[in-house]
Design a protein around this ligand. Sequence first.
Ligand code: GAR
Length: 213
Amino acid sequence: MKVAVLISSRGSNMQALVKASLAEDFPAEIVTVLSNNPDAAGLEFAKSHNIPTEVINHRDFENREDFDQAISDYMESKQIDLICLAGFMRLLTPEFVNRWRDRIINIHPSLLPAFKGLHVHERAIESGARFTGCTVHIVRPEMDDGPIIVQAAVPILQDDTPDTLAARILVQEHRIYPEALKLMAERRVKIHGSVVKIEDAREDETSLTNPLA
Ligand code: GAR
């Protein structure tokens, strides 16, 4: 499976995906890392691992439709099977999402459907919830919406700040995003309406059987 990873800045999730994909038996190949931001730090990491990079700067386009069309054209030119959004902070048009239906996945730092959008850790702490976490899901036109592939739960501690909580969640993001990509590449992610069922889920696939593992 040929995969493109889209980033906007740091790209630590992209790094986790790249590292996982380098294992010999990994069923997906990351063939390009694309950023809307020419200064995204993650681009250097990709280059240093000999992964082709591309910048499509949203500022060069008059509207979202043209920007998304340019991304779509690029994906087609690279014969991409699956798009992984990894801290890609641009909203994609419904046309783009529908064009690539069931072939775009995203990571979000909360237990969706709770805390969609921005400032999630601050909002999770302020809500008084005892747990938050992270989610990898199939992308639908609504923001941070779509069938959930994998989640990990992370406790909110009494003295957590948004930064300390974000750091603990990020560790789990780096664990579950490669797992979700692997499941997609193995074509074991079966979408039934808004629900994902994993074909032949095994007990050792801990995030599937126990999101606290
Ligand atoms: C990650 O925490 C990711 O979950 C979040 O942005 C961060 C990007 O970090 N994404 C979203 O909030 C999307 N709604 P990274 O560039 O180091 O992967």
